[in-house]
Design a protein around this ligand. Structure first.
Ligand code: KG4
Ligand code: ZN
Length: 344
């Protein structure tokens, strides 16, 4: 059974073809980063317009790569929330039009649950199974869930303000390191010493909930005080910026790791699956691997190309949902504010 996945919820236009929920036949991602970079963030109107321009060629490239035609597909799976309203609409409209024209069934997918799906791909006999604790760390969301069954997800914790990826993006913006911030901060942090800069630690009284706006403000004041901010960077400050990046990254990583392993312990679930763009961070992967190893938790980590937005994860989730409860109706709507534990 061949599933076509379509993803347009933010600034990546992506299509994938996956066989039997396992074998990736093609995965195409057209990044719009160059159009958003000069605004240091994703501009919704630009994103929608680029999706309109890019989606058909991306679909055609994916089909060509897999040596398939549309009529060979058995299921169309599309992200219908959460995300930018106009951006989601482009993918959902394309999916519904294709379904209408061909009679292929359609399934709407929750982007946040989809981020955890690539964790099912590896492991063979010891593959991920329900129940598991899921940590999703992206540009728009930071949350911990307990996944009990295909369509039974329970929210354990979420961010009270900024998402982890957003914190990376904002810190990079303050320091003038470019967009998106995550990979830039990671690179600068690699040559820095986290011990040289003191930032507030985030082991707060929010229980397992996350909060990053205070850390962002701390970075802003630290940068201004020490002449590191983008607009007024003093000469000879390169190493100091690296140290600040290292301290920032370590603080965010520790806040994620401590809460994720605590959630596994509290819910007595020794399996942790991770997803979302921030999961591309190697320091996070290393720290999670260490912490899980010490506590007997089995860590399921996606391949790097499946951490940031892609359509493989959407095809995987759609296939799983279709098997469980059949297709959606052709009047499938977008839900920009769809909750993690909501539909799809
Ligand atoms: O999952 P994603 O592609 O899009 C959303 O659904 O939001 O995540 C994008 C986020 C951005 O905030 C980006 O800065 C962050 O993931 N990111 C990283 C890294 N690569 C991407 N954060 C930390 N370290 C990275 N290497
Ligand atoms: Zn995402």
């Amino acid at each position: 059974m061949i599933t076509l996945g379509i993803e347009t919820s933010c600034d990546e236009t992506a299509c994938a073809l996956v066989e039997d929920g396992r074998k990736i036949l093609a995965s195409q991602v057209a990044s719009q980063i160059k159009f958003h970079r000069r605004f240091m963030g994703v501009v919704p109107e630009i994103a929608s317009r680029q999706h309109v321009r890019l989606l058909q060629p991306v679909l055609e490239r994916a089909l060509a790569k897999a040596r398939l035609r549309l009529k060979d597909c058995d299921l169309i799976s599309v992200t219908n929330g959460p995300g930018l309203a106009g951006a989601l609409m482009v993918g959902v409209t394309m999916a519904k039009s294709l379904a209408q024209a061909t009679g292929i069934p359609i399934v709407g997918v929750n982007h946040l649950k989809a981020h955890l799906e690539p964790c099912f791909l590896n492991g063979g006999q010891r593959a991920l199974k329900f129940p598991f604790i899921g940590l999703v760390v992206s540009g728009g969301h930071t949350a911990l869930v307990k996944a009990r069954a295909v369509d039974l997800y329970e929210l354990i914790a979420e961010t009270r303000d900024d998402a982890a990826g957003e914190a990376f993006d904002k810190a990079a913006k303050i320091l003038g390191l470019g967009f998106p911030g995550g990979p830039r901060i990671e690179r600068w942090a690699g040559k820095g010493d986290p011990g040289r800069v003191r930032l507030p630690n985030l082991s707060s009284d929010l229980g397992l909930d996350f909060s990053y706006s205070g850390l962002k403000t701390a970075v802003l004041y630290y940068a201004k005080k020490h002449g590191l901010a983008a607009d007024k960077r003093r000469a000879g400050k390169v190493q100091h910026v690296r140290d600040l990046c290292a301290a920032f990254q370590k603080t965010v990583v520790m806040s994620l790791v401590t809460r994720a392993v605590a959630a596994c312990a509290l819910r007595r679930v020794p399996r942790l699956a991770v997803g979302g763009g921030v999961a591309a961070n190697r320091a996070l992967e290393r720290s999670l691997a260490e912490a899980c190893n010490e506590r007997g938790i089995k860590l399921f980590y996606p391949r790097r190309e499946h951490t940031t937005d892609n359509a493989v994860m959407v095809a995987l989730r759609g296939f799983r949902l279709f098997k469980e409860r059949g297709p959606d109706a052709l009047d499938l709507a977008c839900d920009p504010a769809l909750a993690f534990c909501g539909e799809g």
